[in-house]
Design a protein around this ligand. Structure first.
Ligand code: FES
Ligand code: FES
Length: 167
């Protein structure tokens, strides 16, 4: 850790976010979530608990869902970070985004960014996940609105859509 006189130094660093190299000055121990939201204005990842208990903050790091509330920016290195802003666009949404909207799967929506991240990671490695595998992939995510059933159905729909697109 970089410290001068006991205070953390904001080191200049470059981070790949959604395919773009971004520069930021931040101490190593800064949570990635804070950098994404406060420095890069990428607000999809959300703060829920700050303790790896809710999944609202999840982002992809080299394709793997990670808790950005506890992942320190100094640990990211040259790995590629993807947030929901990088999953799809309004014109070309990711299939999980289409399925969540079509299925009206969310209520307040607070959990859905993290859920999109975990669902996208699952669908990237398995185009035909079982219901059990979907439930397991979404296990880190709390949905206080109790929308789990609709969300799982949306992931099933997205998997079918992706399989159809592959055919
Ligand atoms: S805010 Fe990161 S797991 Fe809850
Ligand atoms: S839709 Fe409200 S927390 Fe999940």
């Amino acid at each position: 850790m970089n410290e001068v006189g006991g205070s953390a130094v904001a080191a200049q660093r470059s981070i790949s976010v959604n395919g773009v190299e971004r520069r930021v000055a931040a101490p190593d121990a800064t949570p990635l979530l804070a950098v994404l939201r406060d420095e890069f204005d990428l607000r999809s990842a959300r703060f829920g608990c700050g303790h790896e208990q809710c999944g609202a903050c999840m982002v992809l790091v080299d394709g793997v869902p990670r808790y950005s509330c506890t992942l320190q920016v100094g640990e990211v290195g040259d790995r590629a970070v993807v947030t929901v802003e990088g999953l799809g666009t309004r014109e070309r949404p990711h299939p999980i985004q289409t399925a969540l909207i079509d299925g009206q799967a969310g209520q307040c929506g607070y959990c859905l960014s993290g859920i999109q991240i975990s669902a996208a990671a699952l669908l990237a490695r398995d185009r035909a996940p079982s219901r059990r595998e979907i439930v397991e992939a979404l296990e880190p995510h709390l949905c206080r609105c109790g929308a789990h059933n609709r969300i799982v159905r949306a992931v099933e729909c997205a998997a079918r859509a992706m399989a159809g697109a592959d055919a």
